[in-house]
Design a protein around this ligand. Structure first.
Ligand code: CP3
Length: 341
């Protein structure tokens, strides 16, 4: 078992810098497209043999050092009681967005074994097959709240911020319910065999630092604290984190995932020696020439050196249009230039 990724998460010495890619299983890969041509996205997530199959594809094809469970952050929201659909062009749609007390009261804190057994079964299959560590994941409470309140993706997050400012008591009750769900869901993933867990806070960056610190951060910090009782690394990915690093620094996770808008040297300096860092190549650099991709990999490797540990990754998910050869170029460059001997 290649444990380089887990060692880097804990800040232990490694022979080389490990690497994986957010959204590494997906449409940019023809092997994924072949599976997806036969089933819709939600069926893929809910069929353990297929979900395991696409989880494994990038491990062989790219040669990455970690696998991430194939699923979606909105699977847990559906289990809380919201009808979920994915439309090819429009992205996710959650029926009956939650904007009232009755709506919040109706949401369940689901038992994972009862309502999402396919996630746990996928994990069990993967642990039998994988030779690299398996990462489980969940949306962070705030990011899940935006989908629950907006009913899908959003531009200005009007309804979410309106609830936050106009009805803070209700907003807090909702955040508490989501946080309890996140803790239960990730605890179940760990019990089933996930060897690290990542919280995706994809929409953290639309908040003022004031609201992030006062209203959002206490919930994610509570979730991280609850998960720390298990012996697996917790990764907190904060998209658009530049303005939030002073707060994020207090989160207590093992690894902070950094988006591409921040210089890695600055992130390393700000976050100090308590955290390993994950990131942070702009996914669009994968559209540049091979030599340029390699230069940018070297730059990030160098800038992350002062950190306690570094897991190379993109600064956000890989785009469906990305050439697979560019992803392979990136992984090979990390392995070549990230040697620690
Ligand atoms: O990283 C991986 O390889 C694991 C799988 C994974 C998916 N979604 C698969 C997926 C993970 C970790 C996610 C997380 C996720 N889902 C996030 C947080 C991460 C981020 O990118 O910020 C969010 C916000 C979602 C919600 C979501 N799922 C949206 C908005 C969309 C539609 C956008 C799009 O790209 O079409 C999805 C769909 C989705 N999730 C796909 C995949 C492979 C595409 C589905 C398809 O095959 O058509």
């Amino acid at each position: 078992m290649n444990d380089t990724f887990l060692r880097a998460c804990r800040g232990e010495k490694t022979d080389y810098t490990p690497v994986w890619l957010m959204r590494q299983a997906g449409r940019y890969m023809k092997e994924y497209q072949e599976v997806r041509a036969k089933v819709d996205f939600l069926t893929l997530c809910k069929t353990p043999e297929l979900a395991a199959k696409v989880t494994l594809q990038p491990i062989d094809i790219l040669g990455v050092d970690a696998a991430i469970l194939f699923s979606d952050i909105l699977i847990a929201v559906e289990a809380m009681g919201m009808p979920l659909e994915f439309h090819d062009k429009k992205g996710p749609i959650l029926g009956d967005p939650v904007r009232t007390k009755a709506g919040v009261d109706r949401l369940a804190i689901p038992d994972t074994e009862d309502s999402m057994p396919f996630v746990l079964e996928t994990i069990r299959i993967l642990r039998r097959e994988l030779t690299v560590p398996l990462i489980g994941f969940s949306g962070a409470p705030w990011t899940l709240a935006t989908y629950i309140i907006e009913g899908g993706s959003s531009k200005n997050f009007l309804h979410t911020k309106k609830m936050m400012y106009q009805n803070p008591g209700l907003f807090t009750a909702l955040m508490e319910k989501i946080t309890a769900t996140v803790i239960e869901y990730l605890s179940a993933q760990i019990a089933a065999g996930a060897q690290a867990v990542q919280l995706f806070d994809s929409w953290a960056g639309i908040l003022t630092p004031y609201d992030y610190e006062k209203t959002i951060f206490p919930h994610v910090k509570a979730a991280i604290k609850a998960l720390k009782k298990y012996d697996v690394p917790v990764i907190y990915f904060v998209n658009d984190c530049a303005g939030l690093l002073d707060v994020v620094k207090k989160c207590g996770a093992d690894v902070i995932g950094i988006d591409w808008r921040v210089d890695m040297a600055r992130a390393a300096k700000k976050l100090g020696k308590k955290y390993s860092l994950q990131g942070n190549l702009d996914p669009l650099v994968l559209f540049a020439a091979k030599e340029h991709i390699e230069d940018r990999v070297k730059d990030i490797l160098f800038k992350a050196e002062p950190a306690r540990g570094h897991i190379f990754n993109l600064g956000h998910g890989i785009l469906p249009e990305t050439p697979v050869e560019s992803a392979i170029t990136m992984v090979e460059a990390v392995h070549r230039y990230g040697r620690n001997d």
